[in-house]
Design a protein around this ligand. Structure first.
Ligand code: C5P
Length: 233
């Protein structure tokens, strides 16, 4: 008899307004070279080893997301987001823990739908690091620009060799991340990513190699790069 496969669930947050990109449709539903960003994200997460996704969306957009994900390679459950990104992640984690089909999930990834071109090998590295015992894992890339830190009216160059830009998917032990988010909510602390939520709760964060292909589609110019990445794949 085969051992049942332990679920690896991706919480894909897509409930933001995407105001920097402009347009009427939610950013994650923007179609690039014939496929929506959210469907592309789920494709890549599945290729890297995720077995299911919980996609967190804004109220009123459920039907459009269900249609965009109708041909996804893994089961996708939709749930509603909250006011801030971290509220949306918390709702997604609640949905993972409430869904009987996902019982036994220990490894959870949190991914921004806008990073639709993340290579499968980055996803696999994140999953493997959590399986290997890390409770919070983030993919990072070196910073290519020279960076200056502002200090009042002056500024100073920062040693970029010590800097890393943080991407998603980030990987976690599910119970650790859920407890970390509960603590954030209780403490009234706002963070910009989930590794920071774990750090606030005192957990170490493990870094793995990300990829420059994991572009976060944010501004209109990013759609030009996205089209090029989609046609190259
Ligand atoms: O605004 P930002 O670029 O940090 O958003 C990152 C991701 O978080 C996006 O995929 C966005 O849809 C999602 N988000 C969300 N709920 C919010 C705000 C942002 O799911 N309330």
């Amino acid at each position: 008899m085969h051992e049942p496969v332990e679920p690896v669930v991706a919480v894909v947050v897509a409930a933001g307004s995407g105001t920097r990109l402009g347009g009427e449709t939610p950013k994650a539903l923007r179609v690039v070279a014939g496929r929506s960003l959210v469907a592309r994200s789920v494709d890549q997460l599945a290729a890297g080893g995720c077995t299911a996704a919980v996609v967190v969306v804004a109220a009123g957009t459920e039907d459009a997301f269900a249609a965009a994900l109708a041909d996804a390679p893994i089961p996708c459950l939709l749930t509603l987001g909250g006011a801030e990104r971290q509220d949306s992640v918390r709702h997604g984690l609640d949905a993972v823990r409430a869904e009987p089909a996902l019982a036994g999930c220990r490894v959870v990834l949190v991914h921004d739908a806008a990073r639709a071109f993340v290579p499968a090998d980055v996803v696999t590295r994140v999953i493997d690091a959590v399986r290997g015992g890390s409770v919070a894992v983030v993919p990072v890339v070196p910073v290519v620009d020279t960076v200056r830190a502002l200090a009042g009216a002056t500024s100073a160059v920062v040693d970029r060799s010590a800097l890393r830009a943080v991407q998603t998917p980030q990987g976690f032990d599910l119970a650790t991340l859920a407890a970390a988010h509960a603590r954030l909510a209780a403490d009234g602390v706002v963070v910009t990513d989930d590794a920071a939520a774990c750090e606030h709760a005192g957990h170490p964060v493990t870094l793995v190699a990300g990829s420059r292909r994991s572009l976060k589609v944010t501004e209109p110019l990013d759609l030009v790069f996205a089209e090029a990445l989609a046609r190259q794949a």
